[in-house]
Design a protein around this ligand. Structure first.
Ligand SMILES: CC(C)(COP(=O)(O)OP(=O)(O)OC[C@H]1O[C@@H](n2cnc3c(N)ncnc32)[C@H](O)[C@@H]1OP(=O)(O)O)[C@@H](O)C(=O)NCCC(=O)NCCS
Length: 196
């Protein structure tokens, strides 16, 4: 929702929440802007408790040509709410919805050092498929070239990304190109603020 700015700032301002994201901690004004942008962006899903506390957000975007019916999953949750199963429950609901809608494959990219994220992906039944070296750079020099390190000092060579795909999704009955709809509003989360 447009008004999710403060809630979004509550976690995107924390270094541990954005350590593996392609941006640094977010300030309050930027969080307000992001909340407004993402409220209108169908790729983002806010996750809240029954008491309407914003605990995190999901990201689910088409991956590749539409007829591939493939999606990429991302998520960020408030560190205060880590370790309680919120991410598992929310991701599972979104995966169920998108596979019910005919998805063929869902992938996620994860830094191998991001152990919590790996644990989550594997809880969701995803498997490690590939190991890409120097596949992403989150900082550039003034000329736009990727730098061989990030602000934390971690060298780019270690920022490898692995690809995970949900197990058992080799559904042959792929529907016609264009038939895949977005997840709609079935999961407990609602479209709003977030990040990949
Ligand atoms: C990745 C991230 C979402 C994982 O969060 P998380 O809290 O570890 O994941 P869950 O919400 O599924 O919680 C799992 C934990 O809750 C426990 N739990 C309690 N009830 C549970 C339930 N009903 N279902 C599942 N797990 C439950 C699990 O045992 C597990 O505990 P553990 O951490 O001691 O092993 C979180 O660390 C995060 O937001 N990180 C920053 C953003 C980021 O790195 N994004 C990914 C970029 S690739």
């Amino acid at each position: 929702m447009d008004s999710d700015g403060p809630g979004l700032h509550g976690y995107l301002s924390r270094p541990e929440a954005v350590e593996y994201e392609p941006y640094g901690p977010v300030g309050p004004d930027e969080a307000d802007d992001l909340a407004r942008q993402r409220a209108a962006d169908q790729r983002f899903w806010a996750v809240q408790t029954a008491a309407e506390t914003l605990v995190g957000n999901l990201y689910l975007a088409p991956s590749g040509p539409e007829w591939w019916q493939s999606w990429e999953l991302g998520y960020v949750f408030h560190p205060y709410h880590w370790g309680q199963g919120y991410a598992t429950e929310a991701c599972q609901a979104l995966l169920d919805a998108v596979f019910d809608d005919g998805a063929h494959r869902v992938v996620a990219h994860c830094d191998p050092a991001n152990l919590r994220s790996w644990a989550l992906l594997e809880r969701l039944g995803m498997r490690r498929e590939g190991h890409s070296l120097r596949a992403a750079a989150f900082v550039r020099d003034p000329s736009g070239r990727p730098l061989a390190g990030d602000p934390s000092g971690r060298p780019l060579a270690r920022r490898v990304h692995l690809c995970a795909a949900r197990r058992g999704v080799a559904r042959e009955a792929v529907t016609a190109p264009g038939a895949l709809t977005r997840p709609g509003d079935r999961p407990a989360s609602r479209g709003s603020a977030g990040c990949a």
